[in-house]
Design a protein around this ligand. Structure first.
Ligand SMILES: Nc1ncnc2c1ncn2[C@@H]1O[C@H](COP(=O)(O)OP(=O)(O)OP(=O)(O)O)[C@@H](O)[C@H]1O
Ligand SMILES: [Mg+2]
Length: 295
């Protein structure tokens, strides 16, 4: 779906930061690719760079990002500008931003914010259909459609986050980039939302780049994981392989820093996407494990 090739981003200044260095990645159809790494390693910069959302002093110094559509054409994202790029970002590749739940417009109802996407991007849609689809979208992410009338401040953080995810899914994108979409939430709500994303992914077939510093969480939901450090991808591999046989010292350290992954209680159990090799038996254990890891 997406080929990122030799991508580099600097933040220019008195001391220039090389935030992303020569990153190459591919995202397969329907794949969940996890992007892990400590705070400041360049995860968000990479996501914003690929979707051309960076503003000065950020500068893309090398590389390209190419989108390969389901319909069979390819687009170099650098070749898009202005309105084309904005349309593309909702339609084909959508983003859920870090801290997104605070980016809903506080004085506009959920309904109006959802419908606005269709007014802009699907002008042919009749208002009745817009209303119907807005409600359907909310229900898809586990929020009752009666909440359409609510304003953002009347919703809990988890609900607001779900609304953001619903908005990102509104136009049936082929790729969703989620930057820490659940980090601010408690573990139970986080779990619910992740299950929802996993379910919708298999139902709708979009691919996901899921960004978080929470490696145990990524092990559960990702097909492959890229580990980033100091702007570079230091290891990239199948999630199970990465867990059982990490190659890079930093990956080993990262795994070891989550006690529940290495304690004598033994194997981490993935939930969400069942992996036969891990034998998903007891989802509660896995939740308990990841709760432990959070502390
Ligand atoms: N607007 C900016 N101006 C200058 N430097 C920046 C800017 N934004 C980010 N940086 C620097 O770029 C590097 C990467 O930041 P980035 O936000 O991409 O990290 P991250 O991996 O997403 O971290 P986190 O997990 O905390 O979200 C950091 O060193 C950061 O200080
Ligand atoms: Mg970030």
């Amino acid at each position: 779906m997406l080929t990122i090739d030799d991508f580099s981003v600097d933040y220019l200044g008195e001391r220039t930061t090389h935030a992303v260095k020569n990153v190459s990645l591919t995202l397969g159809r329907g794949e969940v690719l996890g992007l892990a790494g400590e705070s400041g390693c360049g995860k968000s910069t990479l996501a914003y760079g690929v979707t051309r959302l960076l503003k000065p002093p950020a500068l893309i110094t090398s590389g390209s990002a190419t989108f390969h559509s389901r319909e069979g054409y390819s687009v170099d994202l650098a070749s898009l500008g202005g309105a084309d790029l904005r349309a593309f970002r909702w339609d084909k590749i959508s983003m859920v931003f870090q801290g997104a739940m605070n980016s809903l417009n506080p004085v506009i109802s959920v309904q109006a914010q959802l419908e606005d996407i269709f007014t802009t991007h699907r002008p042919e849609m009749k208002w009745k259909e817009r209303r119907q689809v807005a409600g359907d979208l909310l229900e898809r992410v586990g929020v009752d459609r009666s909440r359409l009338k609510s304003f953002p401040h009347e919703l809990s953080g988890g609900m607001r986050q779900r609304v953001m995810i619903a908005m990102a899914m509104a136009l049936d994108p082929q790729v969703m980039i989620m930057d820490e979409p659940t980090t601010a939430l408690d573990v139970v709500v986080q779990r619910e939302i992740l299950d929802e994303i996993t379910r919708l992914r298999s139902e709708l077939g979009f691919a996901v780049i899921f960004i978080t510093h929470d490696l145990p969480l990524l092990l559960e939901i990702s097909d492959r994981i890229a580990v980033m450090k100091g702007g570079e991808i230091v290891e990239l591999g199948d999630a199970y392989e990465l867990y059982t046989n990490p190659q890079h010292p930093y990956t080993k350290r990262l795994l070891a820093s989550f006690p529940s992954l290495t304690g004598e209680r033994g194997d981490f159990i993935r939930t969400g996407v069942a992996d036969a090799r891990l034998g998903v038996e007891d989802a509660v254990t896995a939740v308990a494990h990841s709760e432990g890891a959070d502390r």
